[in-house]
Structures are given as C-alpha cells and as structure tokens.
Design a protein around this ligand. Sequence first.
Ligand SMILES: [Ca+2]
Length: 152
Amino acid sequence: MSTMKLVVFTLLVGAIMAQDTVNWAIFEGRFYAYVPKSLKWTDAQEFCLTLGGSLASIRSSQEDEFVKALAEGRRAWIGYSDAQTEGAWLWIDSDPSTYYGWCPGEPSNAGGHQNCALIEFSRLHLFPPRAIKCWDDQDCHTTYGFVCTKAL
Ligand SMILES: [Ca+2]
C-alpha cells in the first residue's frame, strides 16, 4: 500500500471510528449527541467540528432538559464561553439566544479563570432542600464529556 493510500485509509477509519463513538438524537430540528470523551473545552469543540457540528447551544428550558437527559447526569461541556470578554457569554455557534440555566451563584468565575460552561453541575438547593442540576462555569482546561449538535 502506498503512503498516500495508507494516509487516506487511516483518515477514513478515523472518521468512521469517530462517528461510531456518538449516538445522535433529534430534538426540534437538530441532531444532538453526548460524547463520553473527557476533553478540554477547545478540544471538545474540535471533536464536534470533526463530526460536522459544534458544541451545543441551548436555547430554551425544554432544550436544556433534553440535553441534560442525553448526558444522563454527567457533567458535560456546552458551547457557551466568556473567554473573549469576561462576563460576555457567547454561544460558539453564534446563536443569539439569551436563555441560560446557571446554578444559583453561577457563573462565579472562581479564581478568575472559569470561562466555559458545563451542564449537570449538582447544587444543593436549601429551601426546599433538594439537589438541582444546573450550569456552572469552570476552567476551560478541565476535561469533561460534552454535547455536540449539528444540523439535520
Ligand atoms: Ca463556577
């Protein structure tokens, strides 16, 4: 096998294997997948790009619940970041939505370096006492699974 053929073959197998790691689900006109790979936020976005998508934007409470159900209680990066300008949270896919599902007290920017959002952060709600799952900002270099979306 020539080197070029080997490169093409390797890329092809790589693409097929990448596709195999995700199960797409459909919600209101988009594909969504929870990817159980532990990656930094920028690497997660790169991985979503290889699947023809992007880290997920979340635009309503219904979509929030759907995406959380996909993640099955696991923390997961979504495509929301204020890395460019502190406090100016933007969706990586440029979605103009202003919906958010932050936990009480979040985004905290703890330590001055929390610029990426994840879902399924557990927070104890005191009155009435119950565990709630909501968004938290964390250090973008921390590794988590993540949720990709792509167009149908
Ligand atoms: Ca935080």
